[in-house]
Each structure stands twice: as structure tokens, then as C-alpha cells.
Design a binder for this molecule. Structure first.
Ligand code: K7E
Ligand code: CUA
Length: 660
């Protein structure tokens, strides 16, 4: 995204710049920093931040949780990428989370964190995020800040317009960025048969309202455009979800030029309620599809991966009334729905206005058949004038994304002119603008995409860092900026760098999450297949060349800590149970030479590390997490003997070999 936006938009700067009176280069930072900014972001030691901000990690594949207003990094939550820091994607329990129909894929590109919603408001239960590259949707449980489910999406390429929740999280929805042939037709087809063989697919993932469990309910087969962003309706527009699409030219090469030919692309409006009914009536077509569904069980602390083999589909050209297109100027990117659910704001990356569509006018235009042609024969394009509520005039250059506050204002990022623009939702008038350093993509306001925005803070998520911090060589961190939106004028409060590229972020009042926090796992509820609930039950079991070590950790020893009889050719699985039952007492486990990461085991949890010893000799292991004054004493040894040797299997703790 960083590169594509940059390349795409910079050339247009010269074209569009003449149309605007203001400078495209932001002024000096110092001039716009509020005098009492320091006081507004200072959170005294020991005090909590008011807000959690969840920032996508972009090409890190993860999510980072920050405290706002301080900008303190609280945690990086591993999602799509292996994380050696705590063994996610390395331990036996978590490897299945990264399984896909293509096998183990330990990385992805995550763009859009999305908080679960109840009645259109953030409920603080789950956080969803998309994997853009190998299409997946992940769910993080906000009681534990752990990724607990990852569902692969078949039939699509580039899961970018994803995952956006309907008003009550009935569904999280994702759409394809790179249309491609459907999996059941997988074919060795020429790329230039794009128009005949390629399709888009909108995935509707049902979310269980009690436990959050996801399943792919159905997919809508749509024309082969590039679908970019989405937002669901709310209140009166509850039944609908809106997608921007570009490349309605259906180009398959040099999209930079070929997908920017038409004056207008579309916002696609989908009546998901109607699609749901059609599926319930059995109108869906089941097609072959292969996709992984990975679930982490919180009691066994173990993930399982299942490969699914089919999905229900509806070809939208066969069901009138499911899909309508609203023309939208020049390569639309973001699409956002106002808190009242009545206006749909789209941002054309190359457009000089921000069109604001009226939901009621859309219904009316559908009713009166105010069409301006068809897509694929029978998918109506609604007349621009008949659906438009108005345009925000001269907003700046390169509008991308919009969010809303609690006072009737909208805020839109301008990528090219590098600023955030505040405008009034009712009369579409621009109220204020503030420079952003540099080139913001998304922005986030506390509750800013919900039915009840809280307002107060705005985060601008910037693509380019340049000179904002001490340099770190050619690679500079991405960055974001905290802006105070309580007054008429926006005020810059704080800059801070981020982990990976923050595309989107979601901010939520901390109180909504704090109350549900799990502090440790109850040992008595531990259902891990290799749990050891007390030190006296520790053991080492050989079965052919497989050796299972049932180990425990408690301040400040690992038991057993002397293990002999391991041989070259063995596969050793070390299952460590942390016996502690208190908050913030993890133990770590690492072993010399393991072609693996460490384990970081939370109180009451069991984690397993696979180790294939490669050299004869004594191999130390130790706890990696400084857990007590005697943490440095928390260690042990394996003895590895040659293949075929008859060293007996022995394990012990507290028997000093020197005095034997
Ligand atoms: Cu605009 Cu991937 Cu949401 Cu980046 S996307 S900015
Ligand atoms: Cu346990 Cu250090």
C-alpha cells in the first residue's frame, strides 16, 4: 500500500496542484503543536491511559496495542507472523494457527483491525483483522489479547476490503482485491482471459454471538473489479454493506495507467440481509473450495487446523436486488458510513471532491429505477445525481479515509496534500485543516466508525516518516500522530513511531476492555494433552525415537532439571507447564541449539517445544524470563548420547550428581 499509493498519487500532484490555492507541503511542526500538548498526553507513572489503540502492523502481520494519550506501546499481539518472543507459531500448540490450504504460511500483511460491535457500538469483546496476502481473517480475544481463530478465505486474492463488521457483528465481511478465477475452475488460463475467467467474491463470515466462533457462511460472486475498502450500514442502513471498487476497466496489467481510465468507478452497495435470506431458502450453490480453519482452544491452550472443502455461493447476476453500483469519482479508496447510518462517504484517490451519498436517495433511486446502465448485463448502476447528497468541495489532494466525532463532524485524511480535513456532516462545509507528517493513510477516532463516536482523540496514521525522529538508516519506522479534536480547531499533541505499517487502527475506551482481563489461567482447568499439574507428576517417556518430557516451572526451578538417555536421532518434545497461579509470573524455556524459538509460558498454561538434538554432549536449558531473585538459577541439562548407545533414560531434580 505504501508503495502503491505513493507511486500512484505523486504524479497526479502536478496535475491537481494547480487546482488548489494552498501549499501541498505541510508547514513546520512546531507551529501547530498546542501549548499545553505535553500536559494533555502526560499519563503519570502508575496511571492508566484512557484509551486502547489497536494499530495494524501492516507488513509485520501483527497488531500493536498502544495506550492513548501517552502513545506508550503496551503489547505486540502476534497474529499472522511467527513471534519468537513468545513462541507463537513455533510452539506445537500454536503452529496450527498459521496453517493454510498452501501449508504453513508464517507471515502476512495485515491492514484493518476491526472491533466487534453490538448495536453499532464497540463492545470490547473481539478484534478482527485481515491477512491481505494469503487471504485470512483472524480474531483476537480481548480478554487475553491472544489470536484465537484464523479463517482462510477461498476464491479470492488479496483480502483487502476486510474485515468489516455488520452492526451486531452478525458477519465480518471481506472482499477480493485481486480478482482471480474461482478455485473450482482453477485453471491454467491465459492472464488476458481476465474478463471471461476472473471473478470477485465477497465473503460473509458468520460470527457466533456468544463465543465469537467464525464460519464462512456464503460468498457472493461479483464482477472482477478490484474491491478496496468496505463499511457496513447502521441504523436505517443496517441491511447493507458498501464497498469501493476500482479497476472497473478490468485491466490485468499496468493498473497504474489502465485502471485509471474511467472518470468514475463505483461504490458497490450489497443488501446482505437479502443474500442471507436467499441462502436460508437454499438458493445457494455449493462449490468446491479448499481453506483452512484454525481454532485455538483456551482450555487446552492448543490450536487445531481443519481444512474445509466447500462453500455456498450466490452469483449476484442471477439474483436481482442484491447489488447496486453508485458511480464514484476516480479510483475510490475509503468508504465510510456516518454514525446515523444515512450518509456514505467515499474518497476517490484521484478525485478533487469527496462525494457524500444519501442512503435514502439510494433506496429511492432503486425504487424509481434511476439507472445509468448496467454492469455485467443486469447489475444496475444508479445515476450519480440521483444518489448524491452533495460533495465536499476542495477538500485537498488525495482523500483516503474518513471517521466521525460525537459532535457532527467528519475528518478525512488527504494523502497527497498531507493533512487532515475537518468538515461538517450536515452542510459538507470545511471547518478546519491540520498538516500531518507525512502523507496519512487511515485515521482513527475513538469509536469513530461506530454509531456512537466518543471523539476526543484522532490518530493520523502516516505513511512517510522522513525527518520526524532520530534517523535509523535507510529504513525508517512508520509513524502516527495524536490530534486533539475536542475544540473547533484540531491540535497536534504527539508523534510516535509504530511497529510495521499502521494502515488502520481502532480506538476504544479502556474501561470496555479492562473489566474482562484474564490475569492467569486456572491450572485446574488446563486441558492440554501434555499438562503436568504437580512437580511429582513430572516424567520423561520414550516411544520409539520420540521422547516426551513432562516438565514443570515454578519459582525458581524447572523440573526435572537433569535428563539423560536422549540419543541422536530422537525427536524430543518438551512440554512445560507453568505451575504459578498469580498475575504476571510467566516462565520462559529455551534450549541450546534448538532450531526453534523459546517458549513463554503463562501461569497455568502448558506449552510444547520440539527439539531435534544434533550433537552429542551436554545441552543446557534455562528460563528466559527474569522471574525471581533466583531466576539465574532456573536452569538444567540434557545429556545427548550417540545414536544406538545404551545410556538409560533418567530424569531427576535435587540429586546432585557430584555427591552420588
Ligand atoms: Cu487505505 Cu490497506 Cu486500508 Cu493502507 S489501506 S491506507
Ligand atoms: Cu522462571 Cu526465570
Amino acid at each position: 500500500m505504501k508503495v502503491s499509493h505513493y507511486k500512484l498519487l505523486i504524479p497526479t500532484l502536478t496535475v491537481l496542484a494547480s487546482m488548489f490555492a494552498f501549499s501541498c507541503k505541510p508547514g513546520k511542526a512546531g507551529s501547530s503543536v498546542d501549548a499545553d500538548a505535553a500536559q494533555k498526553v502526560y499519563v503519570a507513572p502508575g496511571k492508566y491511559d484512557e484509551v486502547y489503540a489497536f494499530l495494524s502492523g501492516g507488513f509485520s502481520g501483527q497488531i500493536a496495542a498502544y495506550g492513548i494519550p501517552s502513545g506508550r506501546l503496551l503489547k505486540v499481539i502476534p497474529v499472522f507472523s511467527q513471534n519468537p518472543e513468545n513462541g507463537y507459531g513455533y510452539s506445537e500448540e500454536t503452529k496450527p494457527m498459521l496453517n493454510t490450504s498452501h501449508g504453513f504460511v508464517p507471515w502476512d500483511d495485515s491492514h484493518h483491525p476491526e472491533l466487534s460491535k453490538t448495536n453499532g457500538e464497540d463492545d470490547g469483546r473481539w478484534l478482527f483483522i485481515n491477512g491481505n496476502n494469503t487471504p485470512r481473517i483472524a480474531r483476537v480475544d480481548l480478554a487475553t489479547f491472544r489470536t484465537v481463530e484464523i479463517l482462510e478465505l477461498p476464491n479470492i486474492g488479496g483480502n483487502h476490503a476486510s474485515p468489516f463488521c455488520t452492526e451486531n457483528t452478525e458477519y465480518v465481511v471481506g472482499n477480493t482485491r485481486f480478482s482471480e478465477p474461482l478455485d473450482n475452475s482453477k485453471g491454467d488460463v491465459p492472464i488476458d482471459s481476465y474478463k471471461q475467467n476472473f471473478k470477485g467474491a465477497v465473503s460473509f463470515v458468520k460470527v457466533d454471538k456468544d463465543n465469537g466462533a467464525m464460519n464462512l457462511a456464503f460468498q457472493l460472486i461479483v464482477p472482477p473489479f478490484n474491491y478496496d475498502l468496505a463499511h457496513a450500514g447502521k441504523g436505517p442502513s443496517h441491511d447493507w454493506i458498501f464497498f469501493t471498487c476500482y479497476n472497473t476497466e478490468e485491466a490485468h496489467t499496468l493498473l497504474e495507467v489502465n485502471a485509471s481510465q474511467r472518470d468514475k468507478d463505483f461504490v458497490m452497495a450489497v443488501n446482505w440481509k437479502k443474500a442471507e435470506e436467499l441462502i436460508k431458502e437454499g438458493k445457494g450453490t455449493k462449490i468446491v473450495a479448499k481453506y483452512a480453519h484454525n481454532v485455538y482452544n483456551e482450555n487446552s491452550h492448543t490450536a487445531t487446523s481443519t481444512i474445509e472443502t466447500a462453500t455456498q455461493t450466490l452469483d449476484v447476476t442471477k439474483f436481482p436486488g442484491l447489488v447496486y453500483y453508485m458511480p464514484c469519482p476516480k479510483s475510490p479508496h475509503g468508504v465510510d458510513v456516518t454514525p446515523d447510518g444515512l450518509s456514505i462517504v467515499a474518497s476517490g484517490k484521484l478525485a478533487a471532491v469527496i462525494p457524500v451519498f444519501s442512503f435514502n436517495k439510494m433506496l429511492d433511486a432503486i425504487d424509481k429505477k434511476q439507472f445509468d446502465g448496467m454492469v455485467d448485463g443486469n447489475l444496475p448502476v444508479l445515476k450519480y445525481e440521483s444518489v448524491l447528497r452533495g460533495e465536499v468541495k476542495k477538500p485537498g489532494l488525495g482523500p483516503l479515509h474518513t471517521e466521525f466525532d460525537d459532535k457532527g463532524y467528519a475528518y478525512t485524511t488527504m494523502f497527497v496534500s498531507s493533512e487532515v480535513v475537518k468538515w461538517k456532516i450536515d452542510n459538507l462545509e470545511i471547518i478546519d485543516r491540520i498538516p500531518s507528517y507525512y502523507s496519512p493513510g487511515h485515521l482513527s477516532i475513538v469509536g469513530g466508525d461506530s454509531k456512537k463516536p466518543y471523539g476526543k482523540y484522532l490518530l493520523a496514521l502516516n505513511k512517510i516518516t522522513k525527518d520526524r525522529y532520530l534517523p535509523t538508516g535507510p529504513e525508517l519506522a512508520q509513524a502516527c500522530q495524536l490530534i486533539d479534536i475536542t475544540g473547533n480547531k484540531m491540535k497536534l499533541l504527539l508523534d510516535f513511531p509504530t511497529i510495521g505499517e499502521p494502515h488502520y487502527a481502532q480506538m476504544i475506551l479502556a474501561d470496555k476492555i479492562l473489566k474482562n482481563q484474564v490475569k492467569f489461567y486456572k491450572l485446574e482447568d488446563n486441558k492440554n494433552a501434555y499438562v503436568t499439574k504437580s512437580e511429582k507428576d513430572t516424567k520423561v517417556v520414550r516411544n520409539g525415537n520420540r521422547v516426551d518430557v513432562y516438565m514443570t516451572a515454578i519459582r525458581s526451578h524447572l523440573a526435572p532439571d537433569n535428563i539423560e538417555g536422549i540419543k541422536i536421532g530422537d525427536e524430543v518434545y518438551i512440554h512445560v507447564t507453568n505451575l504459578e497461579q498469580d498475575w504476571d509470573v510467566p516462565h520462559g524455556f529455551a534450549i541450546k541449539g534448538a532450531n526453534n524459538a523459546e517458549l513463554l509460558i503463562m501461569p497455568g498454561e502448558t506449552c510444547s517445544l520440539k527439539w531435534v538434538p544434533g550433537q552429542v554432549g551436554i545441552v543446557p536449558f534455562y528460563c528466559t524470563d527474569f522471574c525471581s531473585a533466583l531466576h539465574q538459577e532456573m536452569q538444567g541439562y540434557f545429556r545427548v548420547s550417540p545414536a544406538g548407545s545404551n545410556t538409560p533414560l533418567k530424569f531427576s531434580i535435587g540429586v546432585n550428581p557430584v555427591t552420588q
